[in-house]
Design a protein around this ligand. Structure first.
Ligand SMILES: Nc1ncnc2c1ncn2[C@@H]1O[C@H](COP(=O)(O)OP(=O)(O)OP(=O)(O)O)[C@@H](O)[C@H]1O
Ligand SMILES: [Mg+2]
Length: 282
């Protein structure tokens, strides 16, 4: 197991420098610096529309920034699409998870990267089920993911198990950075705890993890560092051990809010992150 304190102090695994992104009239990101280290969990927070998902999509190669640098392992890289980011080991878990309910766990883990048996003179290509099942079993064991069976259909499983499988899927291809957009948003208390534990195990394994969340309770439980975006700009960066929810809410709202207030004025439920506990934030 890596010494997380030492690795976290080293060169960031993934770094964005001065990144900007405009959608028509909307400046979604303006000169944003962002970094995640190996063995570190960074909580990315901010009001609706602050630019969090856009920032993650720049990291995952889905959005090309208008300006700024993409630096991996201390070297500037040309990331022109999701395949380039994936090749660096940057894996993303989206909120809709995109699991296939009618397929089992192994099939879901290997969607799009199925292993093919290599044998002499096969008439048809065959999936290498034993190899996939072995790797699936190893992954789930490494990260202590509890599911009823590798061969159970994922449609039968709980939200927490499904989220865990989606995260495990991102790890199949030797990930080094995992980006999670609202991984606990749809989950109950026990399932949230399960996913937060999994995130901690990703850190223990030396991965760099970025977690977007509107729930500051979750963020404080799992993150080492919190980055606040506000109107597309970095509004603050805080070590979790040296800050408070009040301070984070202040950065999110630009000083408008206090703990217990709704964060922002969108009127959408689930956006008031701080101080109101899990029920109010879901
Ligand atoms: N593909 C797009 N086309 C046009 N505008 C976009 C696009 N994606 C994002 N935006 C705009 O960019 C801004 C930032 O959006 P983004 O989705 O990054 O916010 P967010 O912080 O993830 O918000 P939320 O908490 O609601 O998910 C918003 O004003 C949004 O409307
Ligand atoms: Mg978003």
């Amino acid at each position: 197991m890596p010494d997380t304190a030492a690795t976290a102090a080293a060169t960031p695994l993934l770094e964005l420098r001065g990144v900007s992104k405009r959608f028509g009239a909307v400046q979604a990101l303006a000169d944003v610096d962002f970094a995640v280290h190996a063995g570190e969990v960074v909580g990315l927070v901010g009001d609706n529309g602050a630019g969090k998902s856009t920032l993650v999509k720049v990291m995952s190669g889905i959005h090309l920034p208008d300006g700024g640098a993409y630096v991996f392992d201390g070297e500037r890289r040309s990331v022109q699409g999701p395949n380039d980011a994936a090749a660096l080991g940057v894996a993303t878990v989206y909120q809709d998870l995109a699991l296939c309910d009618n397929l089992d766990v192994v099939a879901n883990l290997f969607i799009g990267r199925e292993r093919i048996s290599r044998g002499p003179a096969r008439l048809a290509r065959e999936l290498d089920e034993p190899a996939m099942e072995k790797r699936a079993g190893e992954l789930l064991e490494t990260f202590s993911i509890n599911i009823p069976s590798l061969r159970a259909e994922v449609g039968m499983m709980s939200g927490g198990q499904r989220q865990s499988i989606a995260i495990a899927r991102s790890l199949v291809g030797d990930a080094r950075v995992v980006l999670l957009d609202e991984p606990t948003a749809a989950l109950g208390v026990a399932q949230t705890a399960q996913v937060l534990e999994l995130i901690k195990r990703l850190r223990e394994q030396g991965l760099g993890v970025v977690v977007i969340s509107h729930n500051l309770v979750d963020v404080f439980e799992v993150a080492d560092r919190i980055v606040v975006l506000r109107l597309g700009r970095t509004a603050g960066e805080f070590d979790v051990g040296a800050t408070t929810q009040e301070e984070i809410v202040g950065a999110i709202t630009g000083g408008r809010g206090v703990v217990g207030d709704r964060v922002g004025g969108t009127g959408r439920p689930g956006t008031a992150a701080a101080g109101d506990g899990r029920e109010g934030a879901r």
